[in-house]
Ligand binder design. Structure first.
Ligand code: ATP
Ligand code: SF4
Ligand code: MG
Length: 336
C-alpha cells in the first residue's frame, strides 16, 4: 500500500534536474510536430512551454507522460529519475503517469466523468492502491480542502456539472495530486476560465510549488502566466525552440523577435480579456515549415540569410545576457 502522507522535497534537492528532456522529436504521419526540443525541470521548479496555437506545446508535454495520439511516435530522451521513459516498458510508464507525474488538462469538463461524484473521481487512484474506504474518504476531503474547495464534505458528493469551471479545475488538480506526484504537467490549466478565476488557479499552483516543492511543466500561451509562475521558459514556434532561458530574463529582454512580438502583445493588466492580440500573419504549420528560419515570413528583422539558412539554437554569451540564455535567431544580439 502506498504511503499517502504529504511529501516535501528537501531544499537541497531542489536544483537537481528530476526531468531531463533531450532532443525530443514527435512525428505524426504528416511530419514532425516537435523537432529536437530539450529542457529540464529541477525538483520544485516550474518550466513553462509557451507559443501560439499549433506550436507543439501539448505534444511536447504529452510525450513526457506517453499520452500521445496513437499515430504519433516520439524519439530522443525523456530522462526521469535516471530512466528514459521513451523506452521504458509500458508497465513502468503507467506507474509514472498519474503517480510520480500528475497531469492537469486544459478543459476540466472534458476530462471529468459527468456521471461520477467528484469525491469518487478524486479517490480513484487511492482505491486502486487498496486504501480502506474510510481512509479514502478522509484523504479525498483533505485533497479537496488543499486545492481550496469550500465545504469539501458537500463538494465530494456533488457532480461536475453542479460546479463552476474554476471549481472543476480545482477538482482536476486534486485528482492530479492524489497520486502524490513529484511533478505536475498542467496544459493550459486556466484557458477555459474567466480572468479572476485564472488568477486564483495560478495562485494555487504557485502555492503548491512553494509549500510542497512540487515541480511543474506549465503549458500556456499567456506570457503573464509565465512571468508569474515559471522559473524557466521554452518559447516554441512551429514545433521548434525559438528561445529558452530563465523566465524573467527572457520576458524582460528577449533574444528572439518572436518572443519580443509575444511580449509586446501582452494586454494591460486591467484588460478584461486574457487573450492577447494575435501577431500579424498566421503561425507557421510544423507540417509545412517555411525554409530557413520558420519565423521569417512574419519577422520584421528578416533578411536574405533567414530565408535560406536554418538558425541553430545557440547560447547567447554577450555581456549582460546572463546565464542560460539560448536563441534560434541569426541576429539574436540585435533584438534586445
Ligand atoms: N491528434 C492529432 N493528430 C494529428 N495532428 C495533431 C493532433 N493533435 C495535434 N496535432 C497537430 O500537431 C501540431 C502541434 O499541436 P499541439 O497540440 O502540440 O499544439 P499546441 O502548441 O499545444 O497548440 P494549442 O495552443 O492550440 O493547444 C499542430 O499542427 C496540430 O494540428
Ligand atoms: S533568424 Fe531571421 S527571420 Fe528568424 S527570427 Fe531571426 S531575424 Fe527573424
Ligand atoms: Mg495545446
Amino acid at each position: 500500500m502506498a504511503d499517502h502522507s504529504v511529501a516535501v522535497a528537501p531544499a537541497n534537492q531542489r536544483t537537481t534536474p528530476m526531468l531531463e528532456v533531450t532532443d525530443l522529436e514527435v512525428v505524426l504521419p504528416a511530419g514532425a510536430v516537435v523537432d529536437r526540443v530539450s529542457f529540464t525541470v529541477p525538483a520544485g521548479r516550474t518550466t513553462g512551454l509557451i507559443g501560439e496555437s499549433g506550436s507543439g506545446k501539448t505534444m511536447t508535454a504529452m510525450a513526457v507522460v506517453g499520452l500521445l495520439p496513437d499515430t504519433a511516435s516520439a524519439s530522443g530522451e525523456v530522462r526521469w529519475k535516471a530512466q528514459d521513459l521513451l523506452v521504458a516498458p509500458e508497465r513502468r510508464r503507467r506507474q509514472v503517469r498519474g503517480r510520480e507525474i500528475g497531469v492537469v488538462f486544459q478543459d476540466p469538463s472534458a476530462a471529468l466523468n459527468p456521471i461520477q461524484t467528484v469525491g469518487r473521481q478524486v479517490g480513484e487512484i487511492l482505491r486502486r492502491d487498496g486504501l480502506p474506504r474510510t481512509q479514502v474518504r478522509a484523504r479525498v476531503l483533505e485533497l479537496l480542502a488543499r486545492v481550496g474547495l469550500p465545504e469539501p464534505e458537500r463538494q465530494a458528493d456533488s457532480y461536475p456539472h453542479e460546479m463552476s469551471g474554476g471549481m472543476r479545475q480545482r477538482v482536476m488538480i486534486a485528482i492530479a495530486l492524489a497520486g502524490q506526484p513529484e511533478l505536475v504537467i498542467a496544459d493550459e490549466p486556466t484557458t477555459a476560465l474567466d480572468v479572476t478565476t485564472q488568477a486564483r488557479i495560478l495562485a494555487l499552483l504557485a502555492d503548491l510549488r512553494e509549500r510542497e516543492g512540487l515541480a511543474m511543466i506549465l503549458v500556456s500561451h499567456d506570457l503573464r502566466v509565465m512571468a508569474h509562475v515559471a522559473d524557466e521558459v521554452v518559447v516554441m514556434y512551429a514545433g521548434r525552440v525559438a528561445e529558452q532561458g530563465p523566465a524573467r530574463a527572457v520576458l524582460d529582454r528577449p533574444y528572439h523577435p518572436y518572443t519580443r512580438a509575444l511580449a509586446a502583445n501582452v494586454p494591460a493588466v486591467t484588460s478584461r480579456t486574457a487573450i492577447a492580440e494575435p501577431l500579424p500573419g498566421a503561425p507557421a504549420s510544423p507540417f509545412d515549415r517555411p525554409s530557413g528560419c520558420p519565423f521569417h515570413p512574419r519577422c520584421p528583422m528578416a533578411r536574405d540569410r533567414c530565408v535560406t539558412e536554418v538558425p541553430a539554437l545557440r547560447e547567447i554569451t554577450e555581456a549582460g545576457a546572463g546565464p542560460g540564455r539560448f536563441s534560434a535567431c541569426h541576429f539574436a544580439e540585435e533584438v534586445s
